[in-house]
Write a new protein. Structure first.
Length: 181
């Protein structure tokens, strides 16, 4: 590992006056290693573009400096995706977890999304005005046992792909329903 310049780079845990740990940037790491900011970015986002030894040096320096990794919000903005799917529930989360059918469904959806490196965001929508999930970043939404009185038009306006589960089909919205007859 290339040692950072002790006069300009703070190692992990160095606290400035006021108790805050200063935010380490890609440029700080680049300066410490003697490479470009893009090379450091590649170490985190496109590791195949670098030699194993250079990437290891960058990662060790990042750890030494206390770099917390790429900012998830900035990464989502740059990609145009959040990496999350919202699961909208009418019931409270507590009720959903007490119901064995809902619990199995939540586990199955969570496992399936994890296999695709997607996160699951649980959103209880009952009685929300404005809807609780409206301001959450979601790449898609699953509406599960949702009260038909809950207005989901905001999802359509956002262009969010939606699938409904166990409710009356809505024109133009894919649905998964069980025929209990």
């Amino acid at each position: 590992m290339i040692d950072p310049d002790p006069s300009g780079v703070r190692p992990t845990g160095t606290v400035e006056r006021g108790g805050a740990v200063p935010k380490v940037t890609l440029q700080d790491i680049a300066d410490a290693v003697g490479v470009s900011r893009m090379t450091v970015s590649n170490a985190f986002n496109r590791p195949d573009k670098l030699s194993a030894s250079l990437r290891a040096t960058i990662m060790q320096t990042a750890t030494h400096l206390g770099y917390g990794g790429p900012d998830p919000s900035a990464r989502a903005l740059a990609r145009g995706r959040s990496g999350t799917v919202g699961l909208l529930l009418t019931d409270s989360l507590g009720e959903a977890f007490r119901d064995p059918v809902s619990t199995e469904f939540l586990v199955a959806v969570g496992d399936a999304l994890a296999e695709k490196s997607l996160a699951l965001t649980l959103v209880a929508t009952a009685g929300d005005n404005p809807p609780m999930g409206r301001d959450l970043p979601m790449d898609g939404a699953i509406v599960f046992v949702c009260d038909p009185r809950v207005d989901l038009e905001w999802l359509r306006h956002r262009g969010t792909p939606v699938v409904t589960v166990d409710q009356a089909p809505t024109t133009g919205v894919p649905a998964v329903n069980v025929d209990d007859s």
